[in-house]
Design a protein around this ligand. Structure first.
Ligand code: MG
Length: 294
């Protein structure tokens, strides 16, 4: 099951859609057609997950029938799959080749930082480049969406708490990241976390080891590495994070970026107004955003 969240072109409100063979079918329409009021009125994947396992399973069961329903026609506006997550936890320095290109050594501890709901933006929405940065960079990443409240879980059971996957571009202002000891502004400014456009339910998702993160800038391949190369794998990340903070349904974990960012180039070519960045993971989707001077 694949889900996307679209914004109404009239009032900007978000609602949940099934993504079926490049068609988008309203979950509200599915709920009405098949008498499933528990699925009505869902704004996003976060709200679906907060309604609990029974409702989530009901949507999984009904999803194949979306093929018989009418799809959205005309242009659409994507919101993040989770519009307002309580936590967006990001993992830094989780691939050896990226650590090397950044001129660093493998950290003794897992590096975590945070973004906010206000950092998120949708597929095809602009990434706003503030005038205060001259070193805006991309980081294509696999993002994990938490499905159930997770506190102090063990790695053995950690995957039971994963609802599914999406894609995040961890936009990073390198000059500010160097200048300020906390990465909050460098990493969590408005629009610095494009996410989506598709949420893939864990039930139908490929194994993480089979996922490859590919990033292009204006069509030029920059990143191309398997998620298998993560230093700390997803179960261990969830176990580690949940030792200190309770993860809730809809929370997002960005799992770190592979090599190939601008920072790692001999002569870095940072993002400029008009650049088009695509992050794709086969089996999940393709997230495309254009950089725009703010
Ligand atoms: Mg990152």
């Amino acid at each position: 099951m694949k889900l996307s969240v679209l914004r109404s072109t009239t009032d900007g409100s978000a609602s949940l859609y099934l993504s079926v063979d490049d068609r988008l079918v309203s979950v509200d329409a599915l709920a009405a057609a098949y008498g499933a009021p528990e699925l009505a009125g869902l704004a996003d994947v976060g709200e679906l997950l907060r309604r609990g396992d029974v409702v989530h399973t009901r949507l999984r069961d009904l999803a194949p029938r979306a093929q018989d329903l009418e799809a959205v026609a005309g242009p659409v506006s994507y919101a993040p799959p989770v519009v307002d997550p309580a936590a967006v936890v990001c993992v830094g320095l989780n691939y050896d080749a990226h650590i090397a290109e950044a001129g660093r050594t493998r950290p003794e501890r897992i590096v975590l930082f945070a973004k906010y709901a206000s950092s998120l933006t949708g597929h095809n929405e602009p990434v706003l480049k503030p005038a205060w940065t001259h070193e805006l960079d991309y980081e294509g990443e696999l993002a994990v969406v938490i499905g159930r409240t997770a506190s102090k879980v063990s790695p053995t059971f950690a995957m039971d708490y994963v609802a599914g996957y999406t894609i995040m571009n961890d936009i990073s202002a390198r000059d500010l990241q160097r200048a300020e000891p906390q990465w909050i502004r460098a990493k969590a400014s408005d629009s610095f976390a494009p996410v989506g456009p598709v949420f893939v339910d864990i039930d139908s998702a490929p194994a993480i080891d089979d996922l490859i993160v590919r990033t292009t800038v204006n069509g030029e391949l920059r990143q191309n590495e398997s998620c298998r190369s993560m230093i700390t794998q997803v179960p261990e990340l969830i176990a580690h994070i949940s030792q200190s903070m309770t993860l809730r349904p809809g929370d997002i974990i960005a799992t770190g970026t592979p090599a190939g960012v601008a920072l790692g180039m001999a002569e870095p070519v940072y993002l400029r107004h008009g650049d088009v960045v695509s992050v794709s993971i086969e089996g999940i989707g393709e997230l495309v955003n254009t950089v725009v001077d703010a």
